[in-house]
Design a protein around this ligand. Structure first.
Ligand code: AMP
Ligand code: GLY
Length: 423
């Protein structure tokens, strides 16, 4: 089988490595991939948002199955466009991808179907939003409606911060049209859990849970990033919480999407907060998380292509999906300065015997030499029988990987270990 994976980060590297385990896969193209992915797939210089280019490439190269990994092409309708040409795809169509593409859509869906989430109001103009904020309780959360590179959420501790957020999103348009509507919602507290799931629109199969570490610096300080590391499973996701989530969140969401005429097929990501009043949805993503995928897929025992095709074919109910009982830890090594200004172009040194544990996110080949080319450069990932061992092993990998200006957090998994000890 000839496969095509759209995207070019650490998540896509993890997906491609796992797909390669299937002996029927003869070739994988990555669009655009990156310098590290080039060791595992043929990279083609077509951007993930170039829908016409992606479709043309898929037709010309007789792609048997396509995996669209990032949010942008999904929201832009890449799956619809590929399906029109008869190419089966992993991922939701554009109507279903609205669950991530529009916060207003997802919040209204949850309200209509009684799915637990923070209470909220939607505003179409700055004047009304500011008037609401003048008397609202702080802290409060302000979210741009559309995609905003993961930066469209502002937690305002003071009224001044809240006003400033509305000014920048709705008047200065820092996120372009994504900020023409905003959701203002209740501030929730509690540990966060990420649960990715396979779904064919009717059946939903949660994958092993995980925990992201979004802030740039140790102790959850510094700016929000795309994610500085992950562990799986997440100790806050106990069997009792899992059961409650299945009954109050996962199944109701799948049924709600069906009832709205846009069944969701692919990977639905539930971003949850375990509040004192039970689990609530913080956000949905219409795709695999990054860097959650880098800890979840190494624990997947079932063939990934089989699981993906079951979501496309509607046969998930009859497909056994199994995860290992072990743990995984992924430490992101970034360029110093990320998520703000940073330098690139430094040579990467990764010992050959640990290359299989490294997922490259931001690097390019320069005359055959792998050099840094992004904020998040790579994820060093280890699996082990338990979480303490996985964390130790991941940091051991980090010690053996070198590039100038490397930066990483030293406390990935520390909160999870504390939670395990409190048990
Ligand atoms: P997002 O970009 O949607 O992933 O949101 C970024 C982060 O903002 C989440 O991971 C949460 O930590 C936080 N967040 C979002 N919504 C809320 C909320 N209603 N209450 C508290 N924190 C929130
Ligand atoms: N790690 C969070 C995300 O992929 O959105």
């Amino acid at each position: 089988m000839i496969l095509m994976v759209v995207g070019g980060g650490g998540r896509e590297h993890a997906i491609i490595r796992k797909l390669r385990e299937n002996p029927e896969v003869t070739k994988i193209y990555a669009l655009p991939g990156n310098g590290g992915i080039a060791a595992d797939a043929e990279c083609v210089n077509i951007g993930a948002k170039d829908i016409d280019g992606i479709v043309k490439f898929a037709v010309e190269n007789k792609i048997d199955y396509a995996v669209v990994a990032p949010d942008d092409p999904l929201v832009l309708g890449a799956v619809d466009a590929l399906n029109e040409k008869g190419i089966p795809c992993f991922g939701p169509n554009a109507l279903a991808a609205r669950i991530e593409g529009s916060k207003v859509f997802s919040k209204n869906l949850m309200k209509k179907y009684g799915i637990p989430t923070a209470s909220y109001e939607v505003f179409q103009n700055a004047e009304d939003a500011l008037a609401y904020l003048a008397t609202a309780e702080m802290p409060i959360v302000i979210k741009a409606d559309g995609l905003a590179l993961g930066k469209g959420v502002i937690i305002a501790n003071t009224r001044e911060e809240a006003f400033a957020a509305v000014h920048s999103m709705m008047e200065d348009k820092v996120f372009g049209d994504s900020g023409s509507r905003v959701v203002i919602e209740e501030f929730l507290t509690g540990p966060e859990v990420s649960v990715l799931s396979f779904t064919d629109g009717e059946t939903v199969v949660p994958m092993v849970s995980s925990m992201d570490h979004k802030r740039a610096h140790d102790n959850d300080e510094g700016l929000n990033t795309g994610g500085m590391g992950t562990i799986a499973p997440n100790p806050y996701y106990t069997p009792a919480v899992a059961e409650e989530c299945m009954n109050t969140i996962f199944l109701p969401t799948i049924r709600a999407m069906q009832a709205e005429g846009c069944p969701f097929k692919g990977c639905l990501y539930f971003g949850l907060m375990i509040t004192p009043k039970g689990p609530k949805v913080i956000e949905y993503n219409c795709r695999f998380g990054d860097p959650e995928t880098q800890v979840v897929l190494p624990l997947l025992k079932t063939d990934l292509l089989t699981a993906m095709m079951a979501t496309t074919n509607g046969t998930l109910k009859d497909t056994k999906i199994e995860f290992s009982t072990g743990s995984a830890c992924c430490v992101i090594m970034a360029s110093n300065g990320y998520p703000q200004k940073y330098q690139s172009g430094f040579e990467l040194t990764i010992p050959a015997d640990i290359a299989k544990n490294v997922y490259i996110a931001g690097a390019k080949l320069d005359n055959g030499v792998l050099k840094t080319a992004g904020g998040r450069v790579l994820g060093a990932t280890a699996t082990a029988d338990n979480l303490p061992e996985a964390i130790t092993a991941a940091y051991k990998l980090v010690e053996n990987i070198h590039f100038d200006n490397a930066y990483y957090r030293h406390d990935i998994g520390a909160r999870a270990l504390r939670a395990l000890k409190e048990d």
